[in-house]
Structures are given as C-alpha cells and as structure tokens.
Ligand binder design. Structure first.
Ligand code: BTN
Length: 234
C-alpha cells in the first residue's frame, strides 16, 4: 500500500483513472479538489480539512458482476468501522453506502468501474467545517468533538478495514458483514420515498437483504429495491 499525497487535484477518482502503474490499495489523497464528483453526476465540494481519497481494487475472478453490487455496501461499512476506531461515535450506515452520525452525513462514496478494476473514491468530513449551504445535512468529526485529526490516520484505518471486509466478501462471508450492517441500518423503520423509475412511492424501510437490496413495506406489500433514490419522507 503506497500513499500519494497532493495539495490539489481536480478529483482523486479522475486522477487515479489517468495513472497506469498503480497497485491494488495504493491510495491517492488530495488536500483540495477543484472538481470533486459525487454520485449521479453531482459535484462534491468540501472546505479544507476533509479526507478526500481514492484507491483501486481489482475485480476477482469467480465473483459475478451481480455480486459486486454489494461492493458499495462493503465500502460504506468499512468507512464506518474505520471511523469508529478513530472516534467512537454512534455512526449509522445509510443504504446504499453513506455514513451518518447525529442524523447527518459524515461520509460519501463514489465507486466507478474501470476495466477489471474498481475506483473507490471516499470523502469524509474530518477537520472541515460544513459550508453553510450544507450544514443541515452534513457534519464533520471536528464539529462533533472539537478535536483535530490526522487525515492520513483516518484514511489508513478505513483502507485497512476495507481490505479485511473485502477479503471476507471474496471468501464467501458476506452474511457476516450483512448481519453487522443491518445492526447499523439508519433507514430501518423510517418512512422513506423511493423515486427511481416510475412514480414516487412511499413506505417504511426494513432490512437490507442478502442480495444487497433494501426491503420496503408499502402498505401491506413488501418490496425490494436496488435502484432508485431513497429519501426520508418529511
Ligand atoms: C456522494 O455522496 O455523492 C459521493 C461523494 C464522493 C466524494 C469523493 S471525495 C474523493 C473522491 N473524488 C471525487 O471526485 N469523489 C470522491
């Protein structure tokens, strides 16, 4: 595991994709991103002090692409576990891969596929203050504890944790991870809106299922969702 650190990059995900000599688990960290990207093509902007990094993971033979839909869940869970080692707070896992604490988002993840590799990009609010435009929905470690953290330490803890969980996954132990994830399921019992394909539906979130989908109770009917945005209904 090598670590490459930059003062400024457009996006650590984009940068890592332009390199051709990186090994699995080599990490690129940027202090600042000028064109950070979130999911669904959204921009991802953070104040200085956030943990912004990406690393590569190889697709393993014998694991189907359907199985790999669980990868974001494994990453989110690993971020949560890594953070827990740094600061023991009551983090929750928000399906499909966000980490929440005090009902606010502390980390977001962007997974991109490149040939037989996955580019895993992670943003964690560590020492940064949330911009006023997102202070109602995001929170940082420092805002909670008023402490300053070593970003490198957090990043290494998260990647080490991911390695462990990815090994479990490729060795057929997904059920063990799933059990843990379900204990931390932020959406469980919450009224949510699902706006994916078709009309917006409302229901009560249940467990995360073996195949990685989220169970939602819509009236008396139990449905499972794998795509579509999940919102917590107001
Ligand atoms: C999201 O919640 O929408 C995902 C946010 C992912 C942000 C990280 S920051 C490091 C890496 N580089 C990027 O451009 N995006 C990811």
């Amino acid at each position: 595991m090598k670590i490459f650190k930059y003062e400024e990059l457009d996006s650590t995900n984009k940068f890592i994709k332009s390199l051709d000599n990186l090994q699995e688990y080599d990490i690129v960290i940027a202090k600042k991103q000028t064109a950070g990207r979130g999911r669904r093509g959204n921009p991802w902007t953070t104040e200085l002090g956030a943990g912004l990094f990406s690393f590569l993971v190889e697709e393993k033979e014998g694991i189907s692409i359907e199985e790999y839909t669980k990868l974001p869940l494994i990453i989110g869970y690993s971020v949560l576990k890594g953070l827990k080692k740094i600061e023991n707070l009551d983090y929750k896992f928000k399906w499909t891969n966000d980490v929440y604490v005090q009902d606010k988002k502390i980390s977001g993840i962007l997974v991109e596929k490149m040939e037989n590799k996955f580019v895993i990009g992670i943003g964690i609010n560590i020492n940064n203050k949330m911009h006023s435009s997102v202070e109602n929905i995001g929170i940082s470690l420092r805002e909670i504890t008023e402490k300053e953290y070593s970003i490198d330490e957090v990043v290494i803890e998260v990647v080490e944790e991911f390695k462990k969980n990815y090994d479990k996954f490729i060795n057929g132990k997904w059920e063990e991870i799933l059990l843990e994830i379900n204990k931390l399921n932020y959406l469980f019992g919450k009224r949510i809106k699902i706006s994916g394909i078709g009309e917006i539906q409302e229901g009560i979130a249940g467990d995360i299922l073996e195949d990685g989908r989220l169970e939602v109770y819509i009236g008396d009917i139990k449905k499972a969702f794998n795509i579509g945005e999940i919102h917590i209904a107001k």
